[in-house]
Design a binder for this molecule. Structure first.
Ligand SMILES: NC(=O)c1ccc[n+]([C@@H]2O[C@H](COP(=O)([O-])OP(=O)(O)OC[C@H]3O[C@@H](n4cnc5c(N)ncnc54)[C@H](OP(=O)(O)O)[C@@H]3O)[C@@H](O)[C@H]2O)c1
Length: 255
């Protein structure tokens, strides 16, 4: 559905959320494959550690939740290597929540970072990519966006929004020769999931997640979901009628 990425050498990638977890592993994998990578997140020391003085890595600190950073940050990311070929938005926050005791301020923070920040970023990068008629944008969603799940009333809703957003973007951008990727991970062992107190089926390493993402882009996929078993099963479940789906999810999660 997208032109396959045949070669990563010298490709200019802006990775937002590169200081830990999946973003960090992706940054390292891209550098190993010869790409030029602009690393963004809030923690400058962590970003510098990932960059490790590599000549093909540049650090552009960004607080993605802030409304007025995008014009300057995009310019800095663009100037680092003289343009952008791929922008990957991996930054997010995860606030487990249930309706009995949830804090609406957390919903606001999650939507600001996980969703609204992406619109702000897209407003800067999409016109550039359309103008140059090549390159792509990748949104890191989650398989939790496929269907309502216990304790996911905030995080899951932000990720469901991204699935819709990526699909809509594809209609706009594919005819303009700009690739759109929707990356839907299952459970990956990162600082984000370290707080989970329940078994995480199919838990992957960030390195395997990064490999799966790059493989998906090399194959030209639109949706890149993993691990295959858990992600495929949840996708299948999400298409079942609500009465059956909810019963199976209640039974499967024990919640
Ligand atoms: N781990 C999983 O099981 C899993 C499953 C499905 C989807 N995902 C998605 O995968 C992506 C990466 O998650 P992860 O598991 O790798 O989590 P992580 O290790 O917690 O990484 C989150 C990244 O986002 C950055 N970030 C957070 N707030 C930010 C802000 N305000 N501005 C800029 N950067 C910010 C963090 O950097 P700083 O703190 O330095 O800012 C960090 O680099 C997320 O979109 C997540 O929703 C993860």
């Amino acid at each position: 559905m997208n032109p396959p990425v045949a070669n990563w050498t010298d490709r200019r990638v802006w990775l937002i959320g590169a200081s830990s977890g999946i973003g960090e592993a992706l940054a390292r994998a891209l550098l190993d494959r010869g790409a030029r990578v602009v690393l963004s997140a809030r923690r400058v020391s962590a970003l510098n550690q990932v960059a490790g003085g590599h000549p093909r890595a540049a650090v552009v600190p960004v607080d993605a939740a802030s409304a007025d950073v995008w014009s300057q940050a995009t310019l800095a990311a663009e100037q680092a290597f003289g343009g952008l070929d791929l922008v990957i938005f991996a930054a997010a926050r995860y606030d487990p929540a249930q309706s009995a005791d949830f804090d609406p301020a957390l919903a606001q923070k999650s939507f600001d970072l996980n969703v609204v920040a992406i619109y702000r970023c897209l407003a800067e990068v999409v016109p550039r990519l359309v103008r140059q008629q090549h390159g792509g944008v990748a949104l890191v969603g989650s398989i939790s966006g496929y269907t309502g799940l216990p304790k996911a009333m905030i995080y899951g809703a932000t990720k469901a929004a991204l699935i819709h957003l990526a699909e809509s973007l594809y209609f706009d951008l594919a005819p303009r020769k700009v690739s759109v990727y929707l990356i839907n991970p299952g459970f990956v062992a990162t600082p984000m999931t370290a707080k989970n107190d329940f078994p995480m089926p199919g838990l992957m390493t960030p390195e395997d997640a990064a490999k799966a993402i790059l493989r998906g882009m090399e194959k030209g996929r639109f949706e890149i979901r993993f691990p295959r078993g858990v992600a495929g099963a949840l996708r299948f479940l999400s298409r079942l009628p609500h009465a059956i789906r909810f019963r199976l999810l209640h039974w499967g999660t024990g919640l």
